[in-house]
Design a protein around this ligand. Structure first.
Ligand SMILES: [Zn+2]
Length: 417
């Protein structure tokens, strides 16, 4: 591994095709990297560059072929960090070239993870680079040689037009056969002045740069805050809308539930009333049907004449009406009661048993299906299974046919007996 010797020149070349389009000392390149001097002709481009270590005799010792990108304003990529000096020191002699130059390139990179940052030159580009160094447009080593010879001083040139440093052809200051030291001293002072001015300018630019960065950060902060506030406001509005809709939906559901409960309760009470009526009337209807008659009350066959005829027939034939009812058992219906019985058997039986017909109906219902007749708080029928009361005398309507829970709410009636 080599090292950069103090007498070596460090240069940076920019390539355009196979030609060198721009050359500068490494110090100038560093100020380009700082972004103070934008290179507008490279705006938005990725340039092929080379870092060269040049010997005092203007032969190239080592070269690193690297890429450098520029943004649209001509400032270099801020993240560029290719270690060109390290790569130059580690570069190997490339056997494919006739010249003895150590080269670091895409195909010959000593640090694997930097390979992508390098490029592979054509032989023509290497030749152009070598010729460029030889022609010494940067005026390398001139002052050294001026002291030994005044006849071969080439012109000093600054490549970058953005640098208005006053550099004049040194030959102008060389008079006839001698060297004008006072003019050289004047020129040196002039350089120093220019250098001081540039330093001040760079300092100002750096301050401006920092100030702009601060402004940018503040703008970013404000922008983020504004975006955040807008998002927050949007979310709040949306939440509010949802809450409103949710409230409306809840109201609707509650209303519907209330309606359903009312309907349920109504239906339940109707069913009960209907069941009671049916229990009272079914038996009579059935018996009429069995005896070949139509239902009682029908205009055709239940006229007194028909009834009397039927009773007469029964008496003549010795037919007796023997019926069986829960709570009363087997019962003989006298001829004079047959019509009354057939008209409403349950009422007849209830009267005979000394209970109200509706209570008798309730007991029959309870006997058939012993479940609570109460309602829950939300209006639904309770229907809880309860102990059946098989003895009509022990049955207390509103008490015996209710569960423990709902029975408590009802006043205790007396038993039917
Ligand atoms: Zn109950």
């Amino acid at each position: 591994m080599g090292e950069i010797r103090p007498e070596q020149y460090q240069l940076v070349f920019f390539f355009e095709g196979t030609d060198v389009s721009r050359q500068m000392l490494v110090e100038e390149f560093e100020s380009v990297l700082d972004g103070f001097v934008p290179l507008v002709d490279y705006s938005g481009r990725k340039c092929q560059c080379a870092f060269l270590l040049v010997n005092p005799d203007l032969t190239v010792d080592a070269v690193v072929f690297f890429h450098l990108g520029f943004d649209i304003s001509g400032r270099p990529d801020l993240h560029w960090n290719t270690p060109i000096k390290q790569l130059a020191c580690q570069a190997d002699i490339t056997p494919t070239l006739s010249r003895v130059i150590r080269i670091a390139s895409y195909s010959n990179c000593s640090i694997a993870w930097h390979q992508q940052k390098l490029w592979e030159p054509f032989v023509e580009q290497v030749e152009a680079m070598v010729q460029c160094v030889k022609s010494n447009q940067l005026g390398l080593g001139q002052l050294d040689r001026q002291q030994s010879s005044t006849s071969e001083i080439p012109a000093l040139q600054i490549n970058d037009s953005a640098q208005p440093v006053v550099l004049t052809n040194l030959a102008d200051y060389v008079g006839g056969d001698g060297f004008d030291e006072s003019m050289l001293e004047k020129q040196r002072k002039n350089y120093e002045q220019q250098l001081n001015l540039k330093s001040l300018e760079i300092g100002k630019l750096r301050d401006q740069h920092n100030e702009l960065l601060l402004q940018l950060k503040s703008l970013e902060g404000r922008f983020e805050k504004s975006v955040y506030e807008k998002a927050q406001s949007y979310i709040e509005k949306r939440d509010k809308k949802w809450q409103e809709k949710l409230g409306q939906a809840k109201q609707y559901i509650l209303q519907q539930n209330r309606l359903i409960k009312e309907k349920d309760a109504e239906l339940e009470s109707r069913t009960q009333m209907h069941t009671g009526d049916e229990s009272l009337n079914n038996a009579a209807g059935n018996r009429f049907a069995q005896s070949g008659s139509s239902q009682p009350g029908s205009s055709q066959n239940s006229s007194p004449q028909n009834n009397n005829a039927m009773l007469k027939l029964m008496q003549d034939q010795g037919i007796k009406l023997q019926v069986n009812h829960p709570g009363i058992g087997s019962l003989h219906i006298p001829y004079e009661d047959v019509i009354e019985y057939l008209a409403a058997p349950m009422v007849y039986v209830a009267n005979l048993r000394g209970v109200r017909p509706e209570d008798y109906a309730a007991w029959l219902q309870h006997r058939k299906n012993p479940r609570c007749q109460g309602f829950t708080e939300d209006g639904k029928a309770c229907c809880e299974k309860i102990d059946p009361v098989s003895d009509l005398d022990q049955f207390v309507p509103g008490h015996s046919d209710f569960c423990q829970h709902h029975r408590m709410e009802k006043p205790q009636n007396e038993s039917l007996a």
